[in-house]
Design a protein around this ligand. Sequence first.
Ligand code: X8Z
Ligand code: ZN
Length: 630
Amino acid sequence: MKRQLMTAAAVCVLAITAGCASTSAHNPEAASTQGQGQGQIQAGSGLKADYPATTAGANAFIADAEARWAEITEYAARVQWSRATNITFDTMWLESKVNAEVTELQVQLANQAAKFNTVTVAPDVRRKLDLLRLGLVLPAPNRPGAADELAQITTRLDSAYSTGKFDYKGRQITLDEASLILADSRDPQETKALYEGWRTISPAMKVDYARMVEIANEGSRELGFADTGALWRSGYDMPADDFAAETDRLWAQVKPFYENLHCYVRARLNARYGDAVQPDHGPIRADLLGNMWSQQWGNIYDIVAPATGGASSYDLTDLLVKAGYDPTRMVRTGEGFYTSLGLAPLPQTFWERSQIVRPRDREVVCHASAWDLDNADDIRIKMCTNVNADDFYTVHHELGHNYYQRAYKDQPMLFRNGANDGFHEAIGDFIGLSALTPTYLHQIGLLDQVPGEDEDIPFLLKMALDKIAFLPFGLMVDRWRWDVFSGETTPVQYNAAWTADMLKYQGLVPPGARPADAFDPGAKYHVPGNTPYTRYFLAHIYQFQFQRAACRQAGWTGPLHRCSTYGNTAVGARFNAMLEMGQSRPWQEAMKAFTGDEGNDASAIADYFAPLNTWLTQQNQGRRCGWSEA
Ligand code: X8Z
Ligand code: ZN
């Protein structure tokens, strides 16, 4: 997960990091910025000098910036880890303080970097200067107190989400408990209560969120961007407007397939629940899909399984439970896939320092993330792992971040990140595509025998429920945020706009009218956690490109969905070579190095799911698909 400049910490969050953890990049020692003009060196900033706008000045600035960045990101990551694994007044205080320092430094570095815009420098130096200018997630403006205020808000929002609980059947439950019940519940009254219950944690975030948008926009404008959304869109080695158009193009490529899936699932839900709960036309009721945000639908496979012509003979959650897996064994199994590709085992410190299960005695951030605390070897995951299919996938996902972090650790400091944030998300997902194949599950002893071809459609349907259903969600979260940052959506419109985007992109509606004070976006981690989300949309395209390329390299000639790269060290070596590049080159070069592809290409998804799309089209014959009532 990282965003461009992040750094050490986690890969799921904000600014700094690379995984899904956090390190915002906000800044407080704004006090030291008082009265200074942009680009000036202030006491306490850590930069050694105010560098002249010359080639030598640029080189010296970059050397200083890399040293300072390495130092502050390790410090920040350790504070952030402390807060994320033990949320208290004091750890929140400490995190706000360090995040403010980080933001202040980042803003200062961005301003300094811009001074070299017209200076002749070596290509690597130019890339580093660009990364410094474009790599922030939430910049603070250069006035006293702004970075402090921003940092306090972001720590408060993230902590409010992570400690959120609601009353359910007379007791307070957490998101993880609610998610487990929702995955299995087939009672529409219960799913509605869980959907609405979880969303009672977020109205209290709205004022903070609106204020945060104001401050970050002010900071973005000072850096020369129209708003924070424009800053986010600038980190993809292409003009920001071209990037937005690129996501539109990719969505247009995959949307017919999503509509096909939506149509089929709606019909099966209608058959199961009847017209009063789920009509056979229009949008789908969001709480019926087995996931708190309806972003992955695999948990309702039993409802939508093919009525005739072959059913799936296994359920991965059942297999894991029956085989006696525990959370640590799930992670060990994940590591085993990576080492089978020839990559080194995880360090002993990974096992000593990771948080694999939810601690019983304190509040933590349960949303899964992968961390790199020292920009080198101190890699960890932080999860609240349960023994089920969802977390089997998530373990492989998180380890992908860690293996990426480790692969690029010898790059210069400013290149220690993913080729772009979507790459960081796609690594573990690519591994997961093989790890979910029946062939692999058989190899590790979870399945007694490999199912025959008659289980191809059930398998592909399961995969599509997670991967294809995700695509519009992967797009809509930032479509909502881009409109919020641009001012197109004002605070009073926050919830209505979110609901409208759910309908527009996903074809979903909440199970009932939302209350006037609702702030449903706040009930999705990445919104209060300030993690840009388009990365996941991209990752869902990239992972299939990686898979198609890897299987070609392996000489696989069968159907793409049956291919597993487990144990293929040649593929592993070539894949790791891409990982080792970090963000030293534009992402298009990293993509080409491993896949040979020129840029993004949704045709790999089409290849993977081709038999299912044909099958869905047959199933949908005679149905009116789509959700517009017009
Ligand atoms: O946030 C994550 C990872 C951490 S980077 C668990 N994911 C997104 C989500 O949960 O919303 C992975 C898939 C999408
Ligand atoms: Zn991730």
